[in-house]
Design a protein around this ligand. Structure first.
Ligand code: GDP
Length: 333
């Protein structure tokens, strides 16, 4: 990862360039927020504060689905459609596997060839960082930078595994599940929690031989969503399940219409701002908690204390609760 330029304070140097929509400045700013170095963190915090003045707001859309369901094909086709409507689109990725493979499999430029050549599009792959928490922080900060740079839509793509979906849902306005055509039995395998997070389910590959199965799957998911609940943040008829074909770029305009209908309704009803406010508070608290833990982990005395108490607990000499109480007392908590 290239180091950020330290010759000047990026907060003062990069901010106006980002606000002017300069892509190179945006790319450099994202590199800065990806850095774990303490001095870079301080610069990033100042930069994020400096660009906040723009007050610009993109529609943040989370997109999740298992490998092979067609996420990159969808992002490319959907992104191209948005660009053709005169919108500026940024694509970010949260990729929990990149830590293991050492490289990114999502948001890869070679997988979105047309979109990556569009001047109105900005694609940034997931960084290969060990911790999902670190990737989450970088992504949410990158979203803020993209908004300040004037992007209308920020798409955040993630693989449908583990905690990454929750993380993405917690930083977006709309969370979309991309599904493949399936038999009724497979439908049962979708975790209830993930269904509950979904603001819309898009069944991809509704084309050719797969179309009848896709249409049945849409009906199955629509039924399942209907049974699940009517949430206060949903107008009548939402959440919806719709068919799309990323390959043939079919159903994408309809899906976009429905996303806008949902977002507009939530804006009018106050749900949109409330969700953002809750998210901002959540991320603030998470940042403080992680910062505290990092500071504790860096203190040699506390590390020694934790090791000693952890050993005592593991050896059965001290009960976990008693050891925790002793540790907290030593920390002055
Ligand atoms: P990802 O792993 O979720 O990003 O999936 P990809 O976008 O790489 O697509 C996986 C495979 O599904 C590729 O062979 C695509 O060509 C194919 N695919 C993606 N979208 C569609 C679609 O709408 N229809 C059909 N028939 N195939 C698709």
């Amino acid at each position: 990862m290239p180091a950020a330029d330290l010759s000047t304070d990026p907060a003062t140097e990069l901010a106006p360039r980002i606000l002017a929509g300069e892509r190179r400045a945006l790319a450099r700013a994202i590199t800065l927020v990806e850095s774990g170095r303490a001095d870079h963190r301080a610069q990033a915090a100042r930069l994020l504060d400096a660009v906040k003045v723009s007050g610009r707001q993109a529609l943040r859309i989370g997109l999740s689905g298992t490998p092979g369901v067609g996420k990159s094909t969808f992002v490319e086709a959907f992104g191209m459609m948005l660009v053709s409507q005169g919108l500026k689109v940024a694509v970010l990725a949260v990729d929990p596997s990149s830590a293991r493979s050492g490289g990114s499999i999502l948001g890869d430029k070679t997988r979105m060839e047309r979109l990556s050549r569009e001047p109105a599009a900005f694609i940034r792959p997931s960084p290969s960082q060990a911790q999902l928490g670190g990737v989450a922080r970088r992504t949410r900060e990158a979203v803020s930078l993209c908004e300040a740079a004037g992007f209308d839509v920020v798409l955040i793509e993630t693989v449908g595994v583990g905690q990454s979906e929750t993380l993405v849902a917690e930083m977006t306005d709309l969370f979309i599940l991309l599904m493949a055509p399936a038999g009724g039995d497979e439908l049962q395998g979708v975790k209830r929690g993930i269904m509950e997070m979904a603001d819309m389910i898009l069944v991809n590959k509704a084309d050719g031989d797969l179309k009848p199965a896709a249409m049945r799957t849409v009906a199955d998911y629509a039924g399942a969503l209907h049974l699940l609940r009517r949430r206060p943040q949903d107008p009548d008829g939402f959440p919806k399940a719709l068919p799309v074909s990323a390959l043939e770029a079919a159903g994408l305009a309809k899906a976009w219409d429905e996303m806008r209908t949902l977002a507009d309704w939530r804006r009018a009803e106050g749900h949109f701002d409330r969700r953002r406010a809750e998210q901002a508070r959540h991320w603030f608290e998470t940042e403080v908690r992680e910062g505290l833990l990092a500071r504790l982990g860096a203190d040699p005395e506390i590390k020694a204390l934790m090791a000693r108490l952890g050993g005592a607990v593991a050896a059965g000499e001290t009960a976990p609760a008693a050891a925790a109480a002793e540790a907290l007392a030593a920390l002055g908590a």
